[in-house]
Design a protein around this ligand. Structure first.
Ligand code: NDP
Length: 479
């Protein structure tokens, strides 16, 4: 049987890697090969950068963006791509589900619609942008918000299409051209997007996709002098590697990195709602979410009952989640179960592989009895694994919540408004939810503190990242 090949998209063309080398893309639910993707090398990456750079230059480098598209033409283009994605909703969802292992209905009802919404949201928001003008005594200042040029978007495997479009929307709306480097574990929807850009007759070189291993082509996509900015979502270690390349070159960078996020449950919360939210935060997408609530902190007086309720939810999630993204990743998650046992933890439920022996399924797992400073509690596992810890009072809860090198997100469950505001102010995380988890409005800042990242995305924060504001000062009075 011939295995299908997917391609890079460079300068509006589907291309193979220069040296005709291929990587197998494996379905984590069955272990079968889905397709082959190009194992690109540095030259392929440079070709993509050249295409993006030429596209940008052809626009004249002024207020018009890449390929000379003005702001409203760019928004129309994003809308056209979003419409084309809508027409291919099921195809995209199937590809996303096969690549990542997430249930088809999740991809169909959540991932792909959200990806389409990303493009539509940024197209509309860009059209509504304003920049300040300041009238002085003898002068007026105004701001020119202009594109940067070619920008690299490097994205992970947990929400492949969603995280790519989350960056692509504002990058293109601001007039840049793009080189996308998806994870080699989940490459298919990025290639399909390349095809859709060609179908809607986007200018050549506006959206380029290069497949391959991050450690082989990532450096080229950061270092190349024609790359003006790098937006990265992925692991903290990779973020630091990219930062060491980009910093001496003074490149603009945005880092959305890992998390070890607390869900904090007080006795005065709405228990039924809170348990459902805590379980979703723990197990949705098999816990492969940077925002996932993997440290559950529970008021001592409700601790035993809460653990029982969470275990009940974990058993329900067993039938709702897909496999982990790969067999290798499952090995990593399993190694933390062994570590948790060595560190004195009790595996209250889960902790085992299940389902198709060729798949990478792993049971939702609840662990108790661990000291908060041990590795299982401090390191990001990125699987359906939570540790649960009792706390005595507010001060203790806050101390545990902030006892981590990460600072991406947190959830506080309480009916006490004063307490909610106090925690919102003092928890060290870029995002705080009160009585929910992952309730998103695309206009607000998304990003982390501490080791969870630098920079913010979302709404105007993304527009600012993907552009440069220039001041023009006009003197109108010589008196
Ligand atoms: P990685 O950091 O391994 O990879 C992310 C992307 O970077 C991939 O496309 C990868 O390519 C690429 N890459 C790897 N090495 C380099 C390099 N030297 N230079 C440039 N690019 C490189 O993350 P994962 O894909 O494993 O994703 C999981 C991680 O991402 C988790 O730790 C999670 O917390 C984090 N994450 C954070 C989010 C946030 O918003 N804060 C959201 C989602 C995930 P390749 O796959 O080929 O190695």
């Amino acid at each position: 049987m011939t295995i299908e090949r997917i391609h890079n998209w460079i300068n509006g063309q589907a291309c193979e890697a220069t040296d005709d080398s291929w990587i197998k893309n494996i379905n984590p639910a069955t272990g079968e090969v889905i397709n082959l993707l190009p194992r690109s090398d540095e030259q392929d990456a440079f070709d993509a950068v050249a295409a993006a750079h030429d596209c940008y230059l052809s626009g004249g480098q002024g207020n018009a963006g890449a390929a000379g598209l003005n702001a409203s033409q760019r928004c129309d283009l994003l809308m056209a791509v979003a419409d084309a994605m809508d027409e291919r909703l099921e195809e995209l969802a199937l590809a996303e589900s096969l690549d990542s292992g997430k249930p088809f209905l999740n991809a169909l009802n959540i991932d792909v619609p959200r990806s389409i919404e990303n493009l539509r949201f940024y197209a509309k928001a860009a059209a509504a942008q304003t920049t300040p003008a300041v009238a002085g005594e003898n002068s007026i200042n105004y701001v020119l918000r202009q594109p940067l040029g070619a920008v690299s978007l490097i994205t992970p495997w947990n929400f492949p299409l969603h995280l790519l479009t989350w960056k692509l929307g504002p990058a293109l709306a601001m007039g840049n051209s793009v080189i996308a480097k998806p994870s080699e574990i989940t490459p298919t929807t990025a290639s399909m997007l390349g095809q859709l850009f060609a179908e809607v007759k986007a200018p050549d070189g506006l959206f380029n996709v290069v497949h391959g291993f991050g450690h082989e082509i990532g450096d080229a996509l950061v270092r190349h002098p024609h790359v003006k900015a790098v937006s990265f979502t992925g692991g903290t270690a990779t973020g630091k590697t990219i930062a060491t390349v980009a910093a001496p070159l003074l490149k603009k960078t945005s880092f959305e990195l890992g998390g070890k996020n607390p869900s904090i449950v007080f006795a005065d919360c709405n228990l039924e709602q809170s348990i459902a939210s805590v379980a979703r935060a723990a197990f949705f997408n098999s816990g492969q979410v940077c925002l996932c609530g993997s440290r559950v902190l529970v008021a001592a007086e409700i601790y035993d009952d809460f653990v029982d309720a969470l275990v009940e939810q974990a058993l329900l999630y067993r039938d709702r989640i897909g496999p982990l993204v790969s067999a290798e990743h499952r090995e990593k998650v399993m190694s933390y179960i062994e570590l948790a046992k060595e560190e004195g933890g009790e595996i209250v439920c889960g902790g085992q592989a299940y389902g198709d022996p060729n798949g990478a399924f792993f049971e939702p797992t609840v662990i108790t009895g661990l000291s908060h400073d041990c590795r299982t509690v401090q390191e990001e596992i990125f699987g359906p694994v939570v540790t649960v810890h009792p706390f005595d009072d507010d001060e203790h809860a806050l101390e545990l919540a902030n006892d981590t090198e990460f600072g991406l997100a947190s959830s506080v469950f309480t009916s006490n408004l004063q307490r909610a505001h106090h925690f919102a102010e003092h928890i060290q995380s870029g995002m705080v939810w009160v009585n929910d988890w992952n309730l998103r409005d695309l206009r607000v800042p998304f990003g982390g503190m501490k080791q969870s990242g630098v920079g913010r995305e979302g709404g105007d924060y993304s527009f600012k990242f993907f552009s440069q504001d220039r001041n023009v000062c006009v003197r109108y009075n010589y008196e």
